[in-house]
Ligand binder design. Sequence first.
Ligand code: PLP
Length: 392
Amino acid sequence: MRAYLDHAATSPMPREVREAYLDALGVVGNPSSTHQHGQLASEALETARDRIASALGCDRAETILTGGGTESINLAIKGMFWARRRAGSGPVILVAAGEHHATFEAAQWLAETQGATLLEVPIDATGGITPEALAHAIAQAGPDQVALATLMWANNEVGTVQPVAELCAVARTHGIPVHVDAVAALGQERIDFAATGAAALSVSAHKIGGPVGVGALVLGRRTVADPLMHGGTQQRARSGSQNVAGAVAFAAAIDLALDDRGEPWAERIARTRVLRDRLVSGVREVAPEAVMRGPGAESRLVGNAHFTFPGCQGDSLVFLLDAAGVSASVGSACQAGVHETSHVLLAMGVPEDEAAGALRFTIGPDTADSEIDALLEALPAAVARARVAGLS
Ligand code: PLP
């Protein structure tokens, strides 16, 4: 059996979600149609939307279903920027340093083509964004110059969970709306949109066992975002016929990942933490030279373990582990088949040669002990070979 330790890339779809998805694919009708077929499709869609909204602590009217995390983030950042500029705000977008490429590239595009000015909010050595760093960036830009701020709930590479409500409170004292990328946090953290004070929040279904290409943007009632795509305006700020089966499968994945009706959520989280801690202590035992990166356990996603291996290249380790039946990741983006050194580690102050040896393991509550055993068995030889390759 192969070991799958890359849940942050995409997590396996559980049988219950597959069944709900397949059933919903049989629903005939466009939910915008007024006939009975359409109304039945609309009922399935809106029931799913209610479920997603309640899991995210927001209203159904605030829940825009999208084609995944990347679309949600683009709609939030570009849409909010355009709307705020029309309303007379300044051109500055505050972007935290360890953000996902979907955020960076969207903001960069606005800077290159739409007159935005980007100002980076630094992260600390654990990947954390402090309220002081955000306050300092706001003061540096001038509060009335800032159109919006965008930051992650939790970092997808090193697992740092940010003090989201505190950060939003800092921005709100200056009337600055905050978009939160909660893609990596969903499932592992309790997300309560209303309690955060955020203006918008992005999530994606496939990180919790739902389908790829399905996500949601929570757009607060008072948040205005111009649309990216024009058409039928089926949803506030988003046009296009709605994906009923995708929404039903997303809601089913939320039921399994977040619901307390079966196994309580807190127990699933505790189980994942025990597995992760076993993985971490096992890695430390078989590869004592590995350096754990990111925060301590109290502010790290429970499913995340991230190390750098001195003298090794992360992509060699991924290749060698893969050959031994273990799927893991370097964590950072891949451009044209070549892995970039992680911008997150570099922003945390990790020297480039050390950052090159990054390896991320991400698990879920159903990860088997045998998968961790397989990693611990394969790792020493993979590290030894990667180190030899690194010297040549
Ligand atoms: N944001 C974060 C933190 C992610 O980890 C990802 C996926 O890797 C995305 C956004 C993009 O989400 P999607 O794959 O649904 O487009």
